[in-house]
Design a protein around this ligand. Structure first.
Ligand code: 13P
Length: 338
């Protein structure tokens, strides 16, 4: 492991005005996205979809890294170029999701622990050969029922994953996600997020993970989707920054949020408010899946003749989030199509 190299990758991921494209949907998750636009979930459609995003010229200005799924890191573009090379040509770094998903946690009904540690050292060696220079592992928490068992099991797994990644020369993105799908209030999200992050950093310490060579990918502190009181943009920004400052050491080069089910514009507005209104010890940017891809998916609908419009939609969202990462986004800019 070259600590300096890991630090360089982490810093590149959060370079000024850039963020990550999370395109690591498993074949099951991309099916849900394709079903919504009536596109058949077959290998060639998954390839065509990802290929047009990776070939969008705006990648080079706004996207620092792309998180891939196992199928995609091995896939070739229509002309035979490995998709990894298409990403590299845009100046972005290819990365890989290595967890195998959240499974029911024994002893804690309704809660999950993320699996994927078995054989991970060997998988990392292969992914490194395939071109991955960073990785991602996501743990999820239901804030209405989070138990110590769940917090502890997931923090331990995240730390073991991160240590194995660094050993392989791969920069780990550590993603603990307090889900926003429930009826809890923002106070509950704040309390659970703080608990989760405290425990994650404790376990990273025990596992000898070098924080200078890692990125945190957290949820924002936000009201549950089904909660009657929805906190506004300033409150979300304020509370998120407060909790992060309590929990995230300044040796971590950057924090790249997940969008978690927020609308495209909310995800941008929240990131912008954090960057515009706060003194921050780390770079704060995006690592969005849905909030970057929803618009291009709708514009594409699986039709080759729509690729130009879909690339324009992707460019627009990438540009808006790039501006938000610098605190320079304004709602008026949403009206100007790319
Ligand atoms: P969303 O932005 O859609 O939450 O996806 C980010 C991600 O990588 C989830 O693991």
């Amino acid at each position: 492991m070259d600590a300096n190299e890991l630090h360089k990758i982490a810093c590149a991921m959060v370079a000024k005005g850039k963020g990550l494209l999370a395109a690591d949907e498993s074949s099951g998750t991309i099916k849900k996205r394709f079903d919504a636009i009536n596109v058949e979930n077959i290998e060639s459609n998954r390839r065509d979809y990802r290929e047009f995003m990776f070939r969008t010229p705006a990648m080079k200005d706004h996207i620092s890294g792309v998180i891939l799924y196992d199928e995609t890191i091995r896939q070739k573009a229509k002309d035979g170029t490995p998709l990894v090379d298409v990403i590299k040509a845009s100046g972005a770094v290819p990365g890989i999701k290595v967890d195998t998903g959240a499974k029911p946690l024994a002893g804690s009904p309704g809660e999950t622990v993320t699996e994927g540690l078995d054989g991970l050292r060997e998988r990392f060696a292969e992914y490194h050969k395939l071109g991955a220079r960073f990785a991602k592992w996501r743990a999820t928490y239901d804030p209405t029922r989070t138990s110590y068992n769940c917090v502890n099991a997931n923090a331990h797994a995240l730390a073991r994953y991160a240590a194995l990644a660094q050993e392989a020369g791969i920069m780990p993105i550590v993603e603990p996600e307090v889900l926003m799908d429930f009826d809890n209030d923002i106070e509950t999200c704040a309390r659970v997020t703080e608990w989760v992050l405290k425990d994650v950093f404790q376990e990273l310490f025990y596992a000898h993970v070098q924080l200078e060579g890692a990125i945190l990918k957290p949820n924002m502190v936000i009201s549950g989707k089904k909660c009657a009181r929805q906190a506004g943009v300033e409150e979300v920004a304020e509370r998120t920054v407060k909790i992060l400052k309590r929990c995230v050491p300044t040796s971590v080069p950057g924090i790249a949020f997940l969008s978690g089910g927020q609308s495209d514009e909310e995800a941008t507005a929240h990131l912008n408010a954090m960057n515009a209104g706060h003194d921050l010890p780390w770079a704060l940017t995006f690592s969005y899946g849905r909030a970057l891809q929803h618009a291009p998916q709708k514009a594409w609908c699986g039709r080759p003749e729509n690729v130009g419009a879909a690339q324009a939609a992707f460019t627009h969202r990438a540009r808006m989030n790039g501006l938000a990462a610098m605190g320079q986004w304004k709602p008026e800019l949403e009206k100007q199509a790319a």
